[in-house]
Design a protein around this ligand. Structure first.
Ligand code: DC
Length: 215
């Protein structure tokens, strides 16, 4: 079977990661969470006081699956799986994702990662910029309120979760940054299937996507 690329873009909290992982599992292909690459650059640059462009240029980004199926993310050999999901990392990432040279280096790595294999990529610009000729393109969206509720449900297990209002404000702040940056701004890619996930379960979204993928 010929190799193919599936791209899934959309705003924060639309359910992209979970959906992309399940779609990739169902198709038996690789899955690349491009947001984790931007998050890794933000973390390493801020923490180590390094130039984000230099971090992006030299980044060794690896996704390792343990025997139990657990995913670990390694950035320059360091396990950053949990460190890139903190509120501080959320703040840093918008800053580095707006830098053109950072995007250029990470896009190169994303294209390299996809060479010679079938893959599902998920992010903000994977169908519009990274793989505009991808065979299957999707854009997941959901209302701000629903996306805030989903994030709240994830965070509520932690000791001091932010309030629903704070999470909603953060989502709006990130949407604005993602949609308005001069390079790689979040947009619906040409010919993408738009899926509004507000009232759908994960399974329903996965089914909807798979129904469009005929390999
Ligand atoms: O999907 P996520 O929340 O992990 O993404 C984190 C940030 O990274 C998001 O605010 C914007 C940025 N990003 C991007 O600019 N381009 C991508 N392809 C993926 C993520």
């Amino acid at each position: 079977m010929e190799n193919f690329v599936v791209t899934i873009d959309g705003p924060a909290g639309a359910g992209k990661s979970t959906v992309a992982r399940r779609v990739a599992e169902a198709l038996g292909v690789f899955y690349l969470d491009t947001g984790a690459m931007y998050r890794s650059v933000g973390l390493l640059a801020a923490r180590d006081g390094r130039d984000p462009v230099d971090v992006a240029r030299t980044l060794r980004f690896e996704i390792i699956y343990s025997e139990s199926g657990e995913k670990r993310i390694l950035a320059d050999g360091e396990d950053v799986t949990l460190k890139i999901r903190t509120p501080e990392a959320d703040k840093e990432v918008s800053r580095v994702a707006a830098i053109r040279e950072v995007r250029k280096h990470l896009i190169e790595k994303q294209r390299f990662f996809a060479r010679g294999r079938s893959i599902v990529l998920e992010g903000r610009d994977t169908g519009s910029v990274v793989f505009p000729d991808a065979r299957f393109k999707f854009y997941l969206d959901a209302s701000v309120e629903e996306r805030a509720r989903r994030r709240y449900d994830q965070l509520v297990q932690k000791t001091a979760p932010p309030s629903l209002e704070e999470i909603e404000a953060d989502i709006i702040r990130r949407d604005t940054a993602d949609k308005n940056r001069p390079w790689g701004a979040l947009t619906v890619p040409d010919q993408a299937h738009v899926v509004d996930t507000t009232n759908l379960t994960i399974e329903e979204v996965v089914e909807e996507i798979l129904s469009h993928i005929k390999t």
